[in-house]
Design a protein around this ligand. Structure first.
Ligand SMILES: Nc1ncnc2c1ncn2[C@@H]1O[C@H](COP(=O)(O)OP(=O)(O)OP(=O)(O)O)[C@@H](O)[C@H]1O
Length: 658
């Protein structure tokens, strides 16, 4: 699979290069044609067409630099015998648009990803291509489909093990069959994906978004939203969709989903747990119901002739089914206004009048009508409702009676005047009573095992069509987590099914075997994840008298072009950082910063990240962090692609020595 091929192989490589040159040429010509068409359309001043043509030409330009195809398949049951698969469609404008490269998202291309010995799907042979940094086609690797053993091809393995730097890459060239089934799940399906470390959940969720956008043009209008646990993570994954040609997808960190500008303050976990609990939904409902009022005086409309008088009882009757329903207040106000106007119109008609629509629109805008509607649903701000609820024991007692016990109510009594992360979602729950939030066609949510009932509800009400919800129950580390996929489904409020990814692409078998020993303690119901790769010698533990000194010695003795992550207990980060920098080792605090010797990550922020070589310092200390200590260790142990080195002075936890 390299350049040193036998003559026949070299000739094939040359033929493949020629096809690449041909594809590049076709794409260039298509672009020129689009620009020429845009110029002609400008003359007829068809603005929409001009914009569309220029946009398409620009998209082609953006793709420059990426290889136009990554795979090829030979088929035995189709008109076309050879199909090249790439990131985008390429046609030959000189041959009526004949297909030169097939978009990876088409049903035909699905065979490239799915064909297997059990189900060859008419595919005789798959070929994958390797490229140099400058985009030159340098190698290929053939995978016979019939009779194949289902193992990884050398090129796929090389792609997985390729050193990592900077943000996450797409996996479009090497999506595996178990992943492809999820990527191509229909738009109507909300999928809850349970997957162990490195099974590709994040990658799969993002590729599914790209697939759905390709399949459903309506989704561009409705929008796709990607929600990640924090800013670091969102920045890490934010380049994947643009690399797949999807530049319009909104990415947000969980804390930004509801209220973009607020920076939340910390609060004790026992308080956060109550605030995120599903029982708070009922507490909020009662607090909102307590805000609903009733008109006390007659509504007198003087703008009509004759005047019309409406009694408070009639208004209450007209509003009866809206009060206490889950119709948002702004909509309920609009409904009641319509009903009042209808009522007034009928009264006028009974007196022989035939009021015009314009007259009735004026009635709808009168002070009297507005006041009577506001008497029922007064203008309130979510912040004001929550402040009262948390600071006035009588208000809380009334709303939480029979729902929260006294101790829980005591914990809620607000100390800080600033909002916490859990408060943001209480505010969102309150806002949802007032008005519907902006919604998106599809929402992708990562690290969903950590979400509270209220966070899941906030996400559920932002979905129009469906969601892809990704997580690993073994990596749950928040105090308010819903706890199970059944609970996730219930709080999300969307019909959904759970699918499992059980093959790890990132973590070598030798490392996963160790991490899996923690599973009975942290997630007894989950089956162990199996790795697709062996990397003998990838896991080592070393007992040392001084962990930072040993780390410095190891890094200095082994300067490597690979990305190196150092994971420590959260409160040790500053100390380790100082020690490393004093010894001339450059340290980054996030993946954005790539030019350093190492990236230093506290165990609490390691979730979702990965490095070629990982050092985990003093695992016993990580376990001692608190109730989530074992889970934090599990996460830390599963961040490595190629090597995991554990340095310790204290005794190794038993699970690591077994
Ligand atoms: N089919 C694939 N081809 C190449 N690389 C892959 C493939 N699937 C996954 N990977 C790589 O494996 C790594 C893990 O993927 P990803 O981060 O999506 O996994 P995850 O399940 O979200 O892991 P974690 O739970 O640990 O966050 C990534 O670097 C990803 O690019």
């Amino acid at each position: 699979m390299s350049g040193d091929r036998a003559p026949a192989g070299r000739a094939e490589l040359e033929a493949e290069r020629a096809h690449l040159t041909y594809a590049v040429d076709c794409l260039r010509r298509s672009r020129t044609e689009l620009l020429e068409m845009a110029e002609r359309a400008m003359k007829t001043s068809d603005d929409e067409l001009v914009i569309w043509l220029l946009r398409r030409a620009q998209q082609i330009e953006q793709d420059d630099g990426l290889p136009l195809f990554f795979g090829r398949m030979e088929l035995d049951d189709s008109d076309v015998e050879t199909v090249y698969v790439g990131r985008r469609h390429v046609g030959d404008p000189r041959r009526d648009g004949e297909i030169v490269v097939t978009d990876w998202r088409t049903p035909l291309a699905a065979r490239f990803y799915r064909a297997s010995r059990a189900e060859p799907m008419g595919v005789l042979r798959k070929r994958r291509f390797g490229f140099a940094e400058d985009g030159a086609l340098t190698s290929f690797d053939d995978e016979p489909v019939r009779g194949a053993d289902g193992g990884l091809s050398a090129l796929v393995r090389a792609e997985i093990e390729r050193p990592r730097f900077g943000p996450m890459r797409d996996i479009v060239a090497t999506i595996q069959p178990d992943q492809d089934e999820i990527v191509r799940g229909g738009l109507a399906d909300t999928l809850l994906i349970q997957g162990g470390p490195g099974t590709g959940k994040t990658a799969v969720g993002l590729h599914r978004a790209a697939y759905l956008l390709f399949e459903h043009s309506t989704l561009h209008r409705r929008g796709v939203l990607v929600v990640g646990p924090n800013d670091v993570f969102v920045r890490y994954i934010a380049r994947v969709l643009p690399a797949l040609g999807e530049t319009d997808v909104r990415h947000v960190a969980l804390e930004q989903l509801t209220a973009p500008k607020r920076a939340p303050v910390a609060e004790p976990p026992e308080v956060a747990r109550i605030k995120g609990d599903a029982r708070m939904v009922a507490v909020v409902s009662r607090a909102m119901a307590a805000k609903i009022g009733a008109p006390t005086e007659d509504l007198l409309i003087r703008e009509t002739s004759p005047f019309v008088r409406v009694s408070p009882e009639t208004v209450a009757d007209l509003a009866a089914d809206l009060i206490g329903s889950r119709v948002a207040w702004d909509r309920a106000r609009a409904h009641l206004t319509d009903r009042l106007v209808d009522h007034i119109r009928r009264r006028l008609e009974l007196r022989g009048r035939a009021p015009s629509d314009a007259e009735m629109r004026r009635v709808a805008r009168t002070k009297g009508v507005r006041a009577v509607v506001a008497a029922i649903w007064p203008p309130v701000k979510p912040e004001q409702v929550l402040r009262e609820l948390l600071s006035d024991p009588a208000v809380l007692a009334a709303a939480a009676e029979g729902i929260l016990d006294e101790a829980e109510r005591g914990l809620l009594a607000r100390a800080s005047t600033k909002w916490s992360a859990a408060d943001l979602y209480l505010l969102d729950e309150i806002s949802a009573h007032l008005r519907e939030p902006d919604r998106h066609g599809h929402v992708v949510v990562d690290e969903a095992q950590d979400l509270s009932a209220l966070q899941l509800r906030a996400i559920g009400r932002r979905c129009v069509d469906s969601a892809t919800v990704l997580g690993d129950m073994a990596q749950r580390t928040t105090p308010w987590a819903a706890g199970s996929w059944d609970a996730v489904r219930e709080h999300l409020g969307l019909a959904s099914r759970v699918l499992t990814l059980s093959r790890s692409y990132r973590v070598p078998a030798e490392v996963l075997a160790v991490a899996n020993r923690l599973l009975p303690l942290i997630a007894p119901d989950l089956p162990p994840t199996r790795s697709v790769r062996h990397a003998p010698g990838s896991f080592t533990t070393t007992h040392v008298p001084d962990v930072p000194a040993a780390l410095i010695a190891a890094i200095t003795a082994d300067p490597t072009p690979e990305s190196t992550g150092v994971i420590v207990r959260d409160d040790q980060r500053a100390q380790v950082r100082r020690t490393l920098t004093t010894h001339g080792i450059t340290v980054a605090d996030s993946l954005d910063d790539t030019g350093t010797d190492v990236t230093l990550i506290p165990a609490g922020l390691a979730k979702g990240l990965e490095f070629d070589h990982v050092y985990v310092l003093e695992p016993a200390d990580i376990i001692d962090t608190g109730p989530d200590g074992l889970r934090l260790l599990y996460i830390a142990l599963t961040r490595a692609v190629s090597r995991l080195t554990v340095l310790h002075t204290r005794d190794l936890p038993e699970v690591l020595t077994a």
